[in-house]
Design a protein around this ligand. Structure first.
Ligand code: GLU
Length: 309
């Protein structure tokens, strides 16, 4: 096992992508991640997933961190910015290359969509393996035309895990995921890889996040096992809706920054905690009180409707 797993202190994290405003559902996820690990006497980390700088407007990470600070959802260590960890990802990529085959892929998005083989599941394309067996010569020729991305060849194995909320979840890596990208053609490391490497290295023992990421988890577990990290326990929480049942999104008016500037912190915490099922009426609550009474047994497992703040 790597050093990251020497750590037996319960360690949780909130890992937002600062691609725009957080909404109240993101705040609820941050709160649950915090309460879960703090109620177990562990440490809470914040990781800013800003690898894709084109998608992350300047200042949005600061804004997001300010919003979390206002509610007291502060990490026990300074926040980790993925954009500053290129060196670390290079080292981990080298380790992976000793364990699995990583190969250059020259396909454009358009070619992938035009190919017949890929099936789309959960909005993702399953790579048909077009560049898996290129010869050295073909690679040389294609490299002169275009910078490749790098894919990892996945084995024909089933990876399953029991999510504490969503239950048993399994995927066959070959059939359900296909060879996936480790490093994009612009040199930026890809989400699945960066998350697996960072969670492992930080000794994360529990991951609380939205259940839209459930289908990413087997890939991350597999990568962590190749890198010698022990996978965390997962809590994939249901998507959060407003009180009318409408899904919250970053692009509309559900801005977390607006909420924290408009209401006292205890009122926001109490309302989020009530919506999640942690307290039985919508009333102000402190973070300390919520840590003391938190239990996953209380948290709604089906759908979370946000009550009025
Ligand atoms: N950065 C991802 C997001 O904001 C979450 C990643 C994770 O929690 O694993 O959607």
């Amino acid at each position: 096992m790597n050093d990251g797993n020497k750590n037996t202190i319960p360690t949780g994290r909130f890992a937002p992508t600062p691609s725009g405003e957080m909404h109240a559902g993101n705040l609820l996820c941050a709160l649950l991640a915090y309460l879960s690990v703090k109620s177990a006497g562990g440490k809470f980390l914040v990781r800013i997933e800003d690898l894709d700088t084109d998608r992350c407007p300047p200042n949005s990470a600061d804004k997001l961190l300010n919003t979390l600070d206002t509610l007291g959802l502060v990490g026990d260590e300074p926040p980790l910015f993925q954009s500053g960890r290129e060196q670390f990802y290079r080292i981990k990529e080298r380790e992976l290359r000793d364990k699995a085959r990583v190969y250059p892929c020259f396909c454009t998005r358009a070619q992938l969509h035009a190919a017949e083989a890929p099936r789309i599941r959960d909005g993702e394309t399953i790579y048909p393996g077009t560049c898996r067996n290129l010869t050295e010569r073909q690679i040389e020729e294609k490299s002169a035309m275009r910078r490749p991305c790098f894919r990892i060849e996945v084995p024909d194995i089933k990876i399953g895990f029991t999510d504490t909320i969503a239950g048993r979840f399994e995927q066959n890596l070959k059939e359900d995921c296909g060879d996936f990208i480790l490093r994009r053609s612009d040199g930026v490391h890809a989400y699945q890889f960066a998350v697996a490497a960072d969670d492992g290295e930080s000794g994360v023992t529990e991951v609380v996040r939205g259940n839209d990421l459930l289908p990413s988890t087997p890939r991350q577990i597999w990568l962590m096992s190749l890198l010698g990290y022990r996978p965390p326990r997962y809590y994939h929480i249901p998507l959060v809706c407003d009180h009318t049942g409408r899904k919250l999104s970053k692009s509309d008016g559900d801005s977390a920054a607006r909420i924290v500037s408009a209401y006292p912190k205890e009122r926001i915490l109490g309302s989020l905690a009530y919506s999640a099922g942690i307290i039985d009426r919508n009333r102000p609550a402190t973070l300390e009180e919520l840590v003391a009474i938190f239990s996953w047994d209380k948290v709604r497992k089906d759908q979370i409707f946000l009550d009025r703040i």
